[in-house]
Each structure stands twice: as C-alpha cells, then as structure tokens.
Design a protein around this ligand. Structure first.
Ligand SMILES: Cc1cc2nc3c(=O)[nH]c(=O)nc-3n(C[C@H](O)[C@H](O)[C@H](O)COP(=O)(O)OP(=O)(O)OC[C@H]3O[C@@H](n4cnc5c(N)ncnc54)[C@H](O)[C@@H]3O)c2cc1C
Length: 445
C-alpha cells in the first residue's frame, strides 16, 4: 500500500516526488524505476537514459525558460502561469548545485539577429537559457536523490508492468517482481524510453491518444568559431526555416557550443545527440537540424517510420554514420581517408564514415541542405565542405495522451507526465509537469 506511486525516476517523476514530499511529509510515496541508482549508472548504451535521473542524468542540462519550446504545456496552462512555474523550477535546480550561466539575450542583439535571420530566409526565436552543463546536471540529480532518499521509498531495477484500474479509478501498479502496490494515486512518468509501454497501457485503460509527429534529421558539427558570435550572446540560437521545395518546417535544436556529439541508444537503434560540459571545452559546436514528419490517414505510426529510417542508417553504418557536407553535395561517400583530411575533427570517434543519402529520405535531405545554405548567410562557414553531418538524429515523441490541465487522465487518480505523456520535450517542462500533478494531488487530499 502507498498513497502515491510514481513510475519513473526522471526529472518529471523526481520533481513530482519533491513537491509531494515537501508539502505533505506524511504521504507514503513510492518511486518505481526500471533502471539503477544514479551512482551505479554508466553513460553507455541503454543505461544512458535509464535509472535515477532518467535521460536528464547525462543531458546537456540546458534549461530553456520559454513557454514556446521544450513542450506543449502552454496548450493546457495559461501562458503567465506556465512562465511563473518555469522560473520556479529554474530556481529549484539552482538551489541544488552551482548552476551555470543564464543566457538572456539583450533585446538589441535579439533584434539584430532577427533582422539578419529574416534576410537569410529564417525565423529567429529568442530564448532565455540556463546552461547547467552535463556534470553539474548529474550532481543536481544526485543531490536530489540524497534529499528524497530520506523522505520516500525508491524501488530500483523493477519495472511497472501494469497500471490497474477499476470503475474508472486507478487502483495501483503491478510490478515486474510479481508484487502489486495498491494506491489511490499513480503518476506515470516513463519518459521517451517508456513511450511504447505507455501507449500499450493507454490502450488497455481506454485512454484517448493521438500521435505526435516524429522529428528526423542530422547532427551538424563544425568549428565553434563559426557560431561563436551567436552562441556567446545567446548560447542556444533557435532558427526555423520553411523549405522552398517542400514547405516543411526545419529547425535547429539542442545547440551545444564547444560540445561533443554522442550516440544514443533508443530501443535497439543507435541515434545521435549532443551535450556540453560546464568546465571542459572541445573546439567544436554541434546542433541538430530536424524536420517534423507529420502523417495523415491512413498512416498513424510516425514512431515506426522514424525507427525504419534510423534502422536503415544503422544497417549501412553498423551504427551512426558521419559524412562531410562536401562529400554529400558531391554525391560521394565519406571514407576514412577523406575524413582524415577534414579540418573539422569529429568528437564522436565511433561514427562510421559513410553516405547519408542512402538512408535519409530525399525530402528530409533536401530540407536540410536548403537550411544549411540559409544558415551560412548568418554564420559564414556553416555550409563549408568540412562541416560534418551525423545521422540519423531522431526524436520520437510519445503519443499525446488526453489530459486535463492538472495532467490527470480520464482514469481518476492516474496522472501521466513528462516526455512519456507526449506533452513535454525537455528537462524544465518535464519537471514542471511533475509539480503540476503533485499540486493537483495535494489539493484533492
Ligand atoms: C544526450 C541528451 C541530452 C539532452 N539535453 C537536454 C538539454 O540540454 N535540455 C533539455 O531540456 N533536455 C535535454 N534532454 C532531454 C531531457 O533529458 C528529457 O526531456 C527529460 O529527461 C525528460 O524527463 P522525463 O522524466 O519525462 O523522462 P526520462 O528522463 O526519460 O525518465 C523516465 C524514467 O522512467 C523510467 N521508466 C520508463 N518506463 C518505466 C516502467 N515501465 N517502469 C519503471 N520505470 C520506467 C526510465 O527508466 C527513466 O529513468 C537531453 C536528452 C539526452 C538523451
């Protein structure tokens, strides 16, 4: 028996637990996490996104304090309330460790970048970002573990198998060790890694869902000096481009000045991602260029589509593929000897030199090439033959579950939060969602 069961110890689950235990210390709260405790985790393979801290533990630790990016909570909450909550969460992160710099772009600089962007055919979205850095973000989540360890129970290496409901009310959770925890409130926070499990639970419980688009593209890596003018002022510069050929929306995502490209295991697939340390610099900057693939009927499996594209890249490259932009544009493969001649030194050493045009759909490749040309007008050098492209970067978003503004589902007492609900896409909105669910439970009790 428990008062609240939380499934998943990522930022969403942790912040729900923090809020509940802080405001109502008498509550009996249990967190069920399929992975290991934070000290026992490693940064390789599937463990990179599983265990205490979830995908946040080895993330770049960028807190984007904006209602426009990092999730769709603004569709459920008034703009001002959400902004207030984002600032509140930012200060909680800051109180658990020295917390990096806040890059809040000055309005004159923003106006200048905006004007330049327009001339280049791009839209610039100014954002306020705190860059915590990978090592500091890990420490914050570790500190939160120590605090919460005294207040609640966490069961590691155990999966929530089934959420139980009766007459439209949640009853508890069946676990992979054969036990059942009965509880009047369940918060499911399974993250992207748990999205297919969450989809199957939603189906079983009769929850209404609809698919989110899948984002596909590449990770771009280039000498940091090329983007320095932008990244020094704003850290993360977000641009949107509507492609000439397809009128698709292409966007920059997760910019990591002086950072590293990393591979990420999603199920059985290897994809790419990026991060940067607070106290260690490489010579390169990386960012993703992503195209949203949104399908209409009869096809309703964007996740399956993204998996197929990424699987093809993995099949050809036996993992992640890296290609010089010059080789891609000349219609030839990058080989090991061509990569040796590249003036941009790859930070992901395990990537296989290859040919992305064999695995990226024409539409997406065209969108990306067009956007690189536009970006070059803002940051000359982006469209250089020596720019590296890693593929495939895929962002699978869980099916969006129908939720009330308090993140409760149609099953009373069952909340679904964070990236696993298809409602958030980043640390700060995932954390916010935990607090929203916790406050709703506290109000009802
Ligand atoms: C390399 C990398 C860099 C990133 N950089 C940034 C960044 O700079 N800024 C940013 O905003 N975001 C970043 N992100 C994304 C961010 O980490 C996620 O958006 C965030 O962690 C989502 O939080 P969550 O709690 O919803 O899910 P997760 O963090 O994914 O946590 C979910 C947890 O639930 C557990 N779980 C799943 N299913 C079950 C089950 N059935 N039973 C028990 N446990 C289960 C999982 O093991 C996992 O630990 C990055 C991600 C990666 C991988």
């Amino acid at each position: 028996m428990a008062d609240v069961v939380i499934i998943g110890a990522g930022p969403a689950g942790i912040f729900a637990a923090l809020e509940l235990s802080k405001r109502s210390p008498e509550l009996d709260i249990v967190i069920v996490e399929q992975g290991k405790d934070i000290d026992e985790r490693s940064r390789t393979g599937k463990e990179m996104v599983i265990g205490w801290g979830g995908a946040g533990a080895y993330s770049d630790g960028k807190l984007t304090i904006s209602t426009d990016v990092g999730g769709q909570l603004s569709t459920l909450l008034p703009e001002e309330d959400l902004l207030g909550l984002l600032n509140e969460i930012d200060s909680v992160y800051s109180s658990y460790e020295s917390c990096g710099d806040v890059f809040s772009i000055d309005p004159d600089h923003a106006a200048a970048i905006s004007a330049q962007a327009r001339l280049a055919g791009l839209v610039y979205i100014p954002t306020k970002v705190r860059h915590i850095g990978t090592e500091n973000c890990y420490t914050i989540l570790k500190n939160l573990r120590s605090v919460l360890d005294k207040r609640l129970r966490t069961i590691f290496n155990t999966k929530a198998v089934d959420i139980i409901s009766e007459n439209g009310r949640v009853k508890g959770v069946n676990l992979s060790d054969g036990t059942t925890i009965e509880a009047p409130c369940v918060i499911a926070a399974p993250g992207r890694v748990g999205s297919s499990w969450m989809s199957s639970q939603a189906k079983k419980l009769g929850l209404e869902t609809h698919p989110n688009p899948v984002d596909l593209g590449v990770r771009v890596e280039l000498p940091a000096v090329i983007m320095e003018d932008l990244t020094d002022k704003a850290y993360e510069t977000k641009f949107i481009y509507y492609s000439k050929t397809f009128d698709d929306r292409v966007r920059t995502f997760c910019m990591n000045p002086y950072g590293e490209v990393v591979s990420e295991t999603v199920g059985d697939i290897l994809t790419v991602n990026g991060h940067s340390w607070a106290n260690k610099r490489t010579e390169n900057t990386n960012f993703a260029l992503l195209v949203s693939a949104d399908f209409t009927e009869p096809f309703d499996d964007p996740i399956g589509y993204g998996e197929s594209v990424a699987t093809m890249a993995n099949m050809l490259g036996k993992g992640v593929i890296v290609q010089r932009l010059g080789d891609l544009l000349s219609g030839r493969r990058t080989t090991a000897s061509r990569l040796m001649k590249c003036s941009t030194k790859p930070t992901l050493k395990q990537a296989t030199p290859g040919d992305l045009s064999y695995c990226l759909p024409y539409r997406i490749l065209t969108d990306i090439i067009e956007m690189l040309t536009c970006l070059d007008r803002i940051a000359p050098g982006v469209n250089s033959a020596h720019t590296l492209l890693y593929g495939i970067e895929v962002k699978f978003y869980s099916n969006r579950i129908r939720l009330g503004s308090n993140l409760e589902t149609q099953v009373e007492g069952l909340y679904v939060i964070g990236d696993g609900a298809g409602i958030t896409r980043g640390l700060i909105q995932a954390s916010c969602s935990g607090v929203i669910a916790a406050r709703s439970i506290l109000k009802d009790n």
